[in-house]
Design a protein around this ligand. Structure first.
Ligand code: C5P
Length: 240
């Protein structure tokens, strides 16, 4: 079963994806972490971020690894745990160049599909999961929230990570990311026509998760009282 959740920064999709995956006991794929890992690798290599070929090479080299579980995702780069480092403001600010590269997107979308095939059931979240990576997903969600609310959520995340930033800085960053996510020609943030839209502005994370599970039940993807995944068209036994 493939469940996609797309939406802009701070919409709550990552937390929702993680919690839904944990409830279902299946892995969740944070595709933003893949773009962030490629960004960190390119920065460490001193690659010119406008050099399309060099960026594609960094993405294809696959020096980063994702350890996916229902409650965690760990990212390693050349054997070093960079799970936290990829969330820094520095990586944040540079990821949009990498995310705009058609070559990098091609490589990462192929990796995402390979992960989906290998694991059989995943909750995958990003900007293009329902529109580009998994157009035939069993169910698609699109989450959004008012921009001020999204910036506020990001601010608290960054403070929790020890970053010294102000709401104004984060709001400017979120607005800039919205703009570049929407206008890039390769894999822009789009709301798939067949996605279920959830406005999370006034919802708690618990309410969002409950809503997602209700939709999964209605679609017959999970049993009435159960959280375990049913056998959707994409279901296949996980590889040993
Ligand atoms: O979701 P997160 O904020 O971690 O994503 C980091 C960056 O990666 C975003 O700014 C977005 O532009 C990019 N991204 C993307 N496509 C995805 C996931 C993330 O372009 N599927």
């Amino acid at each position: 079963m493939i469940i996609t959740i797309d939406g802009p920064a701070g919409s709550g999709k990552s937390t929702a994806a993680r919690k839904v995956a944990a409830r279902l006991g299946i892995p969740y794929l944070d595709t933003g972490a893949m773009y962030r890992a490629v960004t960190l690798a390119a920065l460490e290599d001193g690659v010119d971020l406008r050099d399309e070929e060099a960026l594609t090479r960094v993405a294809a080299a696959g020096d980063y690894e994702l350890d996916l579980g229902p409650t965690h995702i760990r990212v390693t780069l050349r054997g070093r745990d960079v799970t936290e480092e990829i969330r820094s403001m520095c990586v944040n600010d540079h990821t949009r160049h990498i995310a705009a590269s058609p070559g990098v997107r091609r490589v990462l979308v192929e990796k995402q599909r390979e992960i989906g095939r290998r694991l059989g059931s995943i909750v995958t979240e990003g900007r293009d999961q329902g529109s580009v990576a998994f157009p035939g997903a069993d169910i698609k969600f699109y989450m959004d929230a008012e921009v001020n609310k999204r910036a506020e959520r990001r601010l608290h995340e960054l403070w929790a990570e020890g970053e010294e930033v102000t709401l104004e800085q984060v709001l400017a960053n979120v607005r800039e990311r919205d703009r570049t996510d929407a206008k890039r020609s390769a894999g822009p943030l789009t709301e798939p026509a067949d996605a279920i839209r959830i406005d999370t502005t006034a919802l708690s994370i618990g309410e969002v998760v409950k809503l997602v599970l209700t939709h999964l039940r209605r679609a017959g993807l999970i049993g009435p009282g159960a959280d375990k995944p049913g056998r959707g068209p994409h279901s296949e036994p996980p590889s040993p």
